[in-house]
Design a binder for this molecule. Structure first.
Ligand code: C5P
Length: 225
């Protein structure tokens, strides 16, 4: 791989958490830092690809030569990601999208009252962004890569997810030991139709580069023969 070797490719990546408002001052979210997705964006850009990075609320600088689009909610992330994905050869869903959002966002701050010791929130399911992109009709459908954070039976759950979401490649990590979220390091197990591979524990930036090399090899086998 040389400096401009991916100049023919457009890649769209989602990264970070989404934030689902409950009222004007509160939200539901998660601890995703966005580091892995940003590192993947940086690795693709360094190899000359055109990179769109659809980022949830994170505290990270934009990598060099990356087109960053900031979003907040899953609905917003889906709209932007779908638009860019349709014009991309590769889509990487790295975001920790909130599974549910409030059915209705309260217009005013939800008040605590003396008599109510309990509060019920009604949540509805968010769209599955990576699965919806994988379900695009063929002429718009990029090569689709997903992630799977699992605490047990990592290989089994990851392979199930690969099939269920119709992905081309899934990158699984074992999050049972608390060494992934907001960490500088990660280890990935890759699964695709034709095989599997472990990328050993290392710095997320190094790992992202290794992942991009592997991903391109699988992509080339699928699309260039
Ligand atoms: O189903 P699960 O959340 O474990 O799947 C993880 C994969 O699906 C990741 O690639 C994540 O970015 C993607 N995802 C998504 N939209 C959702 C939920 C997950 O794109 N609503």
């Amino acid at each position: 791989f040389q400096e401009q070797s991916l100049a023919h490719l457009t890649v769209t990546i989602t990264a970070g958490p989404t934030r689902e408002a409950l009222d004007p001052v509160r939200y539901i979210s998660n601890h995703s830092s966005g580091k892995m997705g940003f590192a993947i964006a940086e690795a693709f850009a360094r190899l000359g690809a055109t990179v769109n990075l659809v980022a949830g609320p994170v505290h990270l600088p934009t990598p060099l030569n990356v087109n960053r689009i900031d979003v907040v909610s899953a609905i917003e992330m889906e709209k932007v990601a779908l638009n860019y994905a349709k014009e991309s050869q590769i889509f990487v869903g790295c975001a920790a999208v909130a599974d549910y959002r409030a059915e209705k966002i309260a217009l005013n701050k939800i008040k605590k009252t003396e008599k109510n010791d309990e509060l019920t929130l009604r949540l509805v399911k968010n769209p599955d962004i990576v699965a919806n992109i994988a379900a695009l009709e063929q002429k718009y459908r990029p090569f689709v890569v997903g992630f799977a954070a699992e605490t047990e039976q990592v290989a089994q759950y990851a392979q199930d997810k690969l099939k269920r979401k119709n992905l081309d490649l899934i990158c699984a990590n074992d999050v049972s030991n608390g060494l992934v979220f907001n960490s500088e390091q990660n280890e990935l197990q890759l699964f695709w139709q034709g095989g599997s591979l472990t990328l050993p524990r290392s710095d997320k930036k190094y790992l992202a580069t290794q992942l991009v090399f592997q991903l391109i090899e699988i992509y080339n086998k699928n699309y260039c023969l």
